[in-house]
Ligand binder design. Sequence first.
Ligand SMILES: C[S@@+](CC[C@H](N)C(=O)[O-])C[C@H]1O[C@@H](n2cnc3c(N)ncnc32)[C@H](O)[C@@H]1O
Length: 434
Amino acid sequence: MTTEAASAPQAGDVLELTVGDVVHGGWCVCRQDDTRCVVFVRHALPGERVLATVTQATARFARADATQILRPSPDRVSPPCRYARPGGCGGCDWQHASLPAQRALKAAVISQQLSRIGGIDAEVEVQALDDDDVGLSWRTVVTFAVGTSGRAGLRKHRSREIVEIDRCLIAHELVTAVDVTGKRWPAARSAEVRVVPATGERAVLVEGPAAADALPEIAADAVQLVRKSGARTQVRGRGYLTQQAAGRDWRVSLGSFWQVHPGAADALAAAVLAAADPQPGETVLDLYSGVGLFAGVLADAVGPGGGVLAIEQDPVSVRDARHNLRAWPWARVRQGDAGALLRRAGLGGAAVAVLDPPRIGASRELIDVLCGRGEGAEPGGPLRRIAYVSCDPATLARDLRLLLDAGWRLAGLRGYDAFPMTHHVECLATLIRD
Ligand SMILES: C[S@@+](CC[C@H](N)C(=O)[O-])C[C@H]1O[C@@H](n2cnc3c(N)ncnc32)[C@H](O)[C@@H]1O
């Protein structure tokens, strides 16, 4: 039934809508013709005319899934995965758009977030990684949720409900070969597969009170149990994977961060080096450093006459970073909150700062120090360049506004399609002091 009445939409209503602009999160925004209610629609593309079923209604807006496409966009394609549909798996947002269109949508979202949140006018291009023109089989880390039945699957969008699947098309073939969804995982909450395409290494992390002897046969080099408390038990193999990037090996413990697209670590390391432009003898900061990938690349550039200080909060990643950086004795790693440490220790005469925070962005404390304000700041000091890697354009926009207000200038902005088929995107902003 198509709702005719000019009342606010209710869950289950079917609305006929003209789809407006893309917005952050994999949605397009629509205004219902008669009530002017704002409706955020998934599975749609800008310019389309659709029938959309309301999935959630609040006093201020509604959410809906496009369930019938009355007038398709020229960018529409048939989703390669049969689970990427209304009510299906929530992992992918843009399987119904061509890859060039997905990148244009992500570029539009970045520009929109910068403008709305940061008041910043910037055009950006989102580039493919590894010349990927398919967008499938790239995901080297997949976390499968396990239901009370012991079956593994993937979650529905904005839901705890699990969709049982036979295969995830964006997962790397090595992930698929572990066949998590074809097995039973008694007493587990999730089973995460991590793989290294370059070497074929495979690890599985099982979360929950599952017992080691109750685990199914797993075709993996390493198996680890992760308890709710965070305690880890290595059931088989080593507790880390050896990743390759920037021409070197990197030890990455099973709980440490590593980019999930096989081309992302190399592409970002090269782009960060170009953006940071460190000179021999300079001091460089790698903030939110993970296992030390950028610190290593920067340490090569500044040479033994310079210095690199990497700051990372997670103790396991800090151990990895110390191991990975042992070839560069002029690169040091400190454990702690990047903002608090910088406030206490100061910039240490650094000429360049690289930051790669999690989705929530950099802390206000850290931005204040980079802006030359508060304790630890060095107003008029030698800090001349900032390379900011971000996986969330909204928090990037917030932090850029603060930096621009303090006299930094946005000298470059690029997007990287490190998560094809999803709404996620990686950005790199370069700031210089005028
Ligand atoms: C997006 S990852 C970046 C890692 C690294 N740059 C890379 O490319 O491999 C963000 C890192 O920040 C760390 N982190 C999160 N909050 C932090 C904080 N307050 N202070 C320092 N590090 C933090 C996380 O543990 C994680 O390793």
